[in-house]
Design a protein around this ligand. Sequence first.
Ligand SMILES: Nc1ncnc2c1ncn2[C@@H]1O[C@H](COP(=O)(O)OP(=O)(O)OP(=O)(O)O)[C@@H](O)[C@H]1O
Ligand SMILES: [Mg+2]
Length: 327
Amino acid sequence: MAAQNNAPLPDGLEIAGYRIVKKIASGGFSIVYLAYDAEGNAVAIKEYLPSQLALRAPGELAPSVSKPNLAVFRIGLKCFFEEGRALARIVHPNVVRVVNFFRAHETVYMVMAYESGHTLQDHIARLHARGSRMSETSIRQLFKGVCAGVREVHANKLLHLDLKPANIYLRVDGSPLLLDFGAARQTINIDAPMLAPMYTPGFAAPELYSKVATLGPWTDIYSIGAAMYACMTRSMPPAVEARRQEDKTEAQFAKLAGSYSPELVEMVRSCMALDPLARPQSVFAMQKVLQAPPTLAPQHEDDDGEPARPGGWRGLVGRLGGIGRKA
Ligand SMILES: Nc1ncnc2c1ncn2[C@@H]1O[C@H](COP(=O)(O)OP(=O)(O)OP(=O)(O)O)[C@@H](O)[C@H]1O
Ligand SMILES: [Mg+2]
């Protein structure tokens, strides 16, 4: 993602009834602030500020947008607003809660309930540093929550399109929350070349790079599979182009077979199929697999590096049958 070089709003600024405490993150399209509302509740405010199109020097509030960039800036602004409105309708424990959005400083702000926690990306990095990996139980638990959130998004006729560990936030209690629907917003308008979304290689499905392929729930399903792969291998999944040259995921899946149940490995493999038709076609199909007890006792270590307790797995129930769409 492009870096954000713009100056953030100053700490302590009052804006539309909120008081900015500090900047908490910034990306190529936006800056996120911690703020308080009039009742003293913490909120996260996301400011639309595409760094390629808008400039803001320290001490200024409104960004300046050069004339040639203005039309594209405005299209993005409208999409940011519309996306915020669509998201505001979704009330689900695994989807970030949008509570308000407003215009100010010639741009747009999306107000979300503030959640304390950290990203799944940070979590994977910490586990990696400790030399441990996520257990089957933790992965199932986590991705049940992710799938519940994505299912709700799909039920609202939206696609996320940028699911990856950096956009999956873990609350302090470990429950996941989907963040950052920016890519969905940017694909709304394909006539805005300068706002073309920058998908994250490794997590982006092949059809996102195609002008003719149809996007659908299967596109997010590829990314969920890739995020599970990242949790299991603690490494970035290879980009689609690299996979087309030489697919190294097969060797990884073979290695993972010693640590995770065959159903889980098989589900991740099918989610990451380059052919959209070979993937599970709905999140519901994935939920069924995640909920069924694993068939075999995987010889894995849990999140703290402790060996898994034998006998913790039971049943011959979890079957993958039927999760792929019939061609
Ligand atoms: N509701 C929230 N509560 C707490 N922190 C949040 C919240 N929303 C976002 N953040 C923080 O801001 C970071 C960036 O958020 P997000 O992924 O939405 O934006 P981004 O990647 O910078 O977006 P863009 O790609 O549009 O520039 C998150 O990793 C998280 O640390
Ligand atoms: Mg993000």
